[in-house]
Design a protein around this ligand. Sequence first.
Ligand SMILES: [Zn+2]
Ligand SMILES: [Zn+2]
Length: 322
Amino acid sequence: MGSARMNKKSAEKYAILFDMTRSERIGNLIGVAAPFVGVIAAVVLLWNRAVDGTDLAILAVMYLLTAASITVGFHRLLTHRAFQTYSWLEQAFAVGGSLAVQGSVIDWVADHRKHHAHTDKEGDPHSPHVGHGSGLRGLWHAHTGWLLETQGQADWKRYAGELYENPRMRRIGRLFPLLALLSLLVPTLAGFVLHGFTPEGALRGLVWGGLVRIFFVHHVTWSVNSICHFFGRRRFDLEDHSTNVAWLSLLSLGESWHHNHHAFPRSAYHGLRPWEIDLSGLFISGLEQVGLAWDVVRIAPERQRQKLTERQRQKLSLSART
Ligand SMILES: [Zn+2]
Ligand SMILES: [Zn+2]
């Protein structure tokens, strides 16, 4: 009985880890981590020959700009309306998010709303548990494979009607191929100028600020789709497999508190506890402070408590008594 209770407890904590063998688990952790280790190794090996502080600074600025436009703009603002803002700022986010090269704004929003409508069930465009089993193939499908499939793309009118009706958003959507090119051109130009107007500088800007940065933003966003429905902790009573993954929280700008997000999709904050670092949430608070965001959606502690699992609620009342 003890072990049954233990299994249940762990299953709740680590989502569906029990469906995989140990070697499968190790295999896919290596698969996700290897590209990152590879890039870090490349930086160390090529230091001062093909990469330096300037290149990494361009990479960091481009990363923050495009990743935040996805997390704050595409996701919390345009998909979930977690706050209100001026239409010029909505359009700026739509342009900035397009520079992350994850598809046009209307496609992104429609696919993500479909994910929330059918989380981890038939119809979810990128669940690691639907259509491809709950093993490695499922994880691959959620991470990247779904982007290569022609079926499963969400209907614009059904899932992103208000963006589809907005001529400016439609125009930004149509400009996506051009914006993707711009996403490479900007760091190329920055490299050219900052490295003393040299062709080599332009090439370094293109590689580190363009290609490597796009690779990083892609993998971190996809990791929220795959890892955050696979490994990690849970505390709310939800029927899906969503999880909170602390070690991804900094790089994902707070998006890896994904279980919290599925519990309260409209919340502007995905980190709900003081130690759940959520840079995108902080950014929204900053916008609110300077008058660029209003009607920011916050979830009262009482509502959060009501959604906790029975076990978590017991734990809470136990610690309150001691
Ligand atoms: Zn999800
Ligand atoms: Zn969402």
